[in-house]
Design a protein around this ligand. Structure first.
Ligand code: NAP
Ligand code: ZN
Length: 350
C-alpha cells in the first residue's frame, strides 16, 4: 500500500482537513496516477454535505481528475508511465451485464463502483469505501482511465471528466446538430460546457439562466439566444421552441414551465440532481408528444470520444484555479452560483 495526501470531510457540516489516506498496491491491471488537477462538481457538494443521504465519512470527493501516469501494473497495455490521463465518476463496473457490454458502464446492472463514496471490499480499498480525486494520487484499473489528448491543458480538461461527458452524452443521444434547437437551463459547470459542445456540434443554442448577468459569456461560448428565467415573458416568448432542453440546475425548478418550451416530439433531459421530486402535468407531455427524460454521466468509451471532440474543437472548461485549503470557500461560492465556471484544485498545493 502507498500513502497519499488528501482533503477530507469527517462530518456533513464540517470543514475540509488535510489527511493521509492509503491507496492499494498496484494489481496487474492497475494504473497509479499522480493527480495534477481536480475539478469541484456540484455533486461533490451534494455528497460531502450529505444532501443525498448516503454519504460515507471520511469523505474525499473528486471525480474530475486529470494527472500523469506514475506507474503501471504488469499487465497494463492501455497506458504508459508519463501519459496524460483522466478519471471521471467511475473506477470500475461488473463488465459483463448488458449495459457494460454496450459501453454504458454508468448503468451497470450491478452498480458501477463510483470514484468516491462506494462501499468496496477493504482488501481492495483500505477503509472500505472509495476515496476520490481531492488527493495527490489514485490507483484505478486501466479500463477506467482515459487519455487526455495533447492540446487540452490538464487544468481545463479536468472538469470535462464529469461535467463534459454529462452534457456530451445526452447531446449525442438526442441528436444535437445542425437544424436542432437546443436550450441549456443553468450556465454553471455543466451548463457552460453544454453550450460550447452543442454549438460545436452545429446546433442552435439558447441559454436559460436565472439572470442576464452571464449573457456576454454565453454568447462567447456559442449561444445565439440568452434569456432570464426570472422574467415571465421568457416563458411566453419561447413556448414550443426547442427540440432538446438540458436541465443542469442543481436546485428545484418548476419543470412543467420548461416542458412547455418543447416543440413537437421534443425532450427535456434532467441532469441536475436536487433531492426533491419533479412534477409535470400529463397534458403538457401528451399534448405535444413531448418526453421527460434523465441521463447519468457517460460511458468510458464516450468519455474518450468527448475528450477527442474537445481537442478537435479547442474546447476546455472555463476555470478558476484554487489551492487545496480554499475548498470550503469554493463550495459556498458554487452554491451561491458565484462561479465562472468551474473551480479546479491545483493539487500541487497539497
Ligand atoms: P453548478 O456549477 O452549481 O451549476 C448549476 C447552475 O444552476 C448554476 O450555475 C445556476 O445557473 C443554476 N442554479 C443554481 N441554483 C439555482 C436556483 N436556485 N434556481 C435556478 N437556477 C439555479 O453545478 P454543476 O456542477 O453544473 O451541477 C449541476 C447539477 O447537476 C447538480 O445537481 C449536480 O449534482 C448534477 N450533476 C448530475 C450529473 C448526472 O450525471 N446527471 C453529473 C454531474 C452533475 P444560472 O446562474 O445560469 O441560472
Ligand atoms: Zn460531477
Amino acid at each position: 500500500m502507498s500513502t497519499a495526501a488528501a482533503y477530507a470531510l469527517s462530518t456533513s457540516d464540517g470543514s475540509f482537513e488535510k489527511v493521509t489516506i492509503q491507496r492499494r498496491d498496484l494489481g496487474p491491471h492497475d494504473v497509479l496516477i499522480d493527480i495534477k488537477f481536480a475539478g469541484i462538481c456540484h455533486s461533490d457538494i451534494h455528497t460531502a454535505r450529505d444532501e443525498w443521504g448516503r454519504t460515507r465519512y471520511p469523505c474525499v470527493p473528486g471525480h474530475e481528475i486529470a494527472g500523469v501516469v506514475a506507474a503501471v501494473g504488469s499487465a497494463v497495455t492501455r497506458h504508459r508511465v508519463g501519459d496524460r490521463v483522466g478519471v471521471g465518476c467511475m473506477v470500475d463496473s461488473c463488465g459483463v451485464c448488458a449495459p457494460c457490454l454496450a459501453d454504458e458502464e454508468q448503468y451497470c446492472a450491478a452498480g458501477a463502483t463510483m470514484t468516491y463514496n462506494t462501499a468496496v471490499d477493504p482488501a481492495v480499498q483500505p477503509g472500505g469505501h472509495t476515496l476520490g480525486g481531492y488527493s495527490t494520487q489514485i490507483v484505478v484499473t486501466e479500463n477506467f482511465v482515459v487519455a487526455i489528448p495533447e492540446g487540452i491543458g490538464l487544468d481545463v480538461a479536468a472538469p470535462l471528466l464529469c461535467a463534459g461527458v454529462t452534457v456530451y452524452s445526452p447531446l449525442r443521444h438526442w441528436g444535437a446538430g445542425p437544424g436542432k434547437k437546443v436550450a441549456i437551463i443553468g450556465m454553471g459547470g455543466l451548463g457552460h460546457v453544454g453550450v460550447k459542445l452543442a454549438a460545436a456540434m452545429g446546433a442552435e443554442v439558447t441559454v436559460l439562466s436565472h439572470s442576464l448577468s452571464k449573457q456576454d459569456d454565453g454568447k462567447l461560448f456559442g449561444a445565439s439566444g440568452y434569456y432570464a428565467t426570472s422574467d415571465k415573458q421568457t416563458f411566453r416568448e419561447l413556448r414550443g421552441r426547442f427540440d432538446l432542453i438540458l436541465n443542469t440546475v442543481s436546485a428545484d425548478l418548476p419543470v412543467d414551465d420548461y416542458v412547455r418550451l418543447l416543440n413537437l416530439d421534443g425532450t427535456l433531459v434532467i441532469l441536475g440532481l436536487p433531492e426533491n421530486p419533479v412534477s409535470v402535468k400529463p397534458f403538457n407531455l401528451a399534448g405535444y408528444r413531448r418526453s421527460l427524460a434523465g441521463s447519468m454521466i457517460g460511458g468510458i468509451a464516450q468519455t474518450q470520444e468527448m475528450l477527442n471532440f474537445c481537442a478537435e474543437h479547442g474546447i476546455g472548461a472555463e476555470i478558476e484555479l484554487i489551492a487545496a485549503d480554499e475548498i470550503d470557500g469554493a463550495y459556498d461560492r458554487v452554491v451561491a452560483s458565484d462561479v465562472r465556471y468551474r473551480f479546479v484544485i491545483d493539487v500541487s498545493t497539497m
